[in-house]
Design a protein around this ligand. Structure first.
Ligand code: NIG
Ligand code: FE
Length: 414
């Protein structure tokens, strides 16, 4: 069968193995790196990847041949944890952070998430749409073809709904794919300061509407000191699971208060952050097969020293991903490559572990591994091409956008 398009003479193609489940532990350091390789695309899907000369039977007079001599290609990068849709920005808090004020103290005085809540409430649909579109365009330019997007700057229904509607609209309007997560339990609204349990009940009360209007696939909660307790988190996530949602939890980001235990007990798809996770909880997540979504750019941007113990997680047999956590407070960036480089530099992950984290494992984290995350025949032809001669170079030469061509469903989008 002839291909519609063939990318050829690629110096290296990173081709993850899809084992029908996320790669765990040392599997994450295994992959196939094809040399002098080609990728053949038919009807927007992967037809074949291979090394050396392109087989003659793949080419006919309609095949577009693209010579990418000396470049590197990977499956399109997947950013599986972002807070994408919000009003305003928080550079007015930047100097507080630089002067040593902590993230939770800024939140406790009504700043942080609560300040973005106010700005988001005041922003209409079009404002949020344009702002988010701009952010997504930056992400695509950096090689990202799929993005998970959380609500959570409305807290109350009207704005939460607006955020999720923006995600839905942009998923339709832009080539990048979006996976929506409902996260009204992102902060305790001022009005509920003294009765957070009531707010959790309110959020549980929103779930049927999220489901009925098909506004989100996942439900997430911020389990943290001064935000939601493990007990409240468990209550919400169990209710969400019973209603057919997939679940995630922000756990052990700043303090370890039991979020990872909840993840293991409820059986969430992933647990996010995990900077402060205990050895015992690592074991628990490994046994429960909860994916660790790790966010090193957040540690970096919070000016903290403690990165999530990725190596310990791999030694315990966990599956991990790396993501930006893109948000206006703890991690204002759109550059997944930078988070990946921090994964190498501060978590001591190998480039192969990092690329497995943001391709095949991230595909499992957003429940899309049947269609993306590797170059198996029939998967969608989402491809990121780097202006680099090998995979290692893309991690070594840091904080510079090396993505030079990005394909979604076989079409060039960047
Ligand atoms: O993952 N920790 C909670 N949520 C985000 C931060 C959101 C914000 O500060 O606006 C995070 O770091
Ligand atoms: Fe987050």
């Amino acid at each position: 069968m002839a291909a519609d398009r063939i990318l050829y003479h690629l110096n290296e193609v990173f081709s993850p193995k899809d084992k029908g489940r996320p790669l765990r532990g040392e599997e994450m350091n295994q992959t196939t790196i094809l040399k002098d390789a080609y990728i053949a695309i038919k009807d927007g899907k992967i037809l074949k990847v291979g090394e050396g000369d392109v087989p003659a039977e793949l080419i006919d007079e309609y095949t577009v041949m693209e010579d990418l001599t000396g470049k590197v290609a990977t499956p399109g990068l997947i950013d599986c944890h972002t807070h994408l849709v919000y009003g305003g920005s928080r550079e007015h808090e930047f100097s507080k952070k630089l002067n040593g004020m902590s993230y939770l103290d800024i939140l406790a005085e009504g700043g942080g998430i609560l300040s973005t809540q106010k700005a988001t409430r005041e922003a209409d649909f079009d404002t949020l749409y344009d702002k988010t579109k701009n952010l997504l365009e930056h992400m695509m330019v950096h090689g990202v073809t799929t993005v998970e997007a959380k609500s959570g700057y409305g807290l109350y229904w009207d704005t939460e709904k607006r955020q999720m509607e923006v995600v839905k609209a942009l998923d339709k309007d832009l080539p990048v794919d979006l996976i929506s997560t409902f996260m009204a339990a992102h902060a305790i609204p001022e009005e509920n300061k003294d009765n957070p349990d009531d707010f959790i009940d309110e959020v549980i009360g929103m779930l049927p509407q999220v489901k009925a209007e098909n506004l989100a696939e996942f439900v997430d909660i911020f389990c943290e000191k001064g935000v939601f307790t493990a007990k409240q988190s468990e209550k919400l996530l169990r209710a969400a699971k019973d209603m057919g949602f997939k679940t995630r939890i922000h756990a052990d980001e700043i303090e370890s208060i039991g979020g990872s235990k909840v993840a293991a007990e409820v059986g969430t798809v992933s647990a996010e952050h995990l900077m402060m996770i205990t050895d015992e909880d690592i074991k628990g997540l490994a046994e429960a097969h909860v994916i660790g979504n790790l966010l090193p750019a957040t540690t970096f941007s919070l000016i903290e020293d403690t990165y999530a113990p990725a190596r310990k997680m791999l030694d315990a047999g966990m599956a991990i991903t790396l993501t930006t956590d893109s948000n206006p407070g703890s991690c204002p960036t759109a550059n997944l490559q930078f988070a990946m480089q921090l994964g190498c530099l501060y978590m001591r992950l190998t480039p192969v572990e990092v690329y497995n984290a943001v391709t095949i494992n991230a595909a499992y984290s957003v429940d899309r591994a049947k269609t993306i995350g590797s170059f198996d025949e029939g998967k969608r032809a989402d491809i990121t091409v780097f202006d680099a001669k090998n995979l290692d170079y893309t991690m070594y030469f840091f904080a510079t956008n090396l993505a030079s061509r990005v394909y979604k469903d076989g079409k060039l989008i960047v």
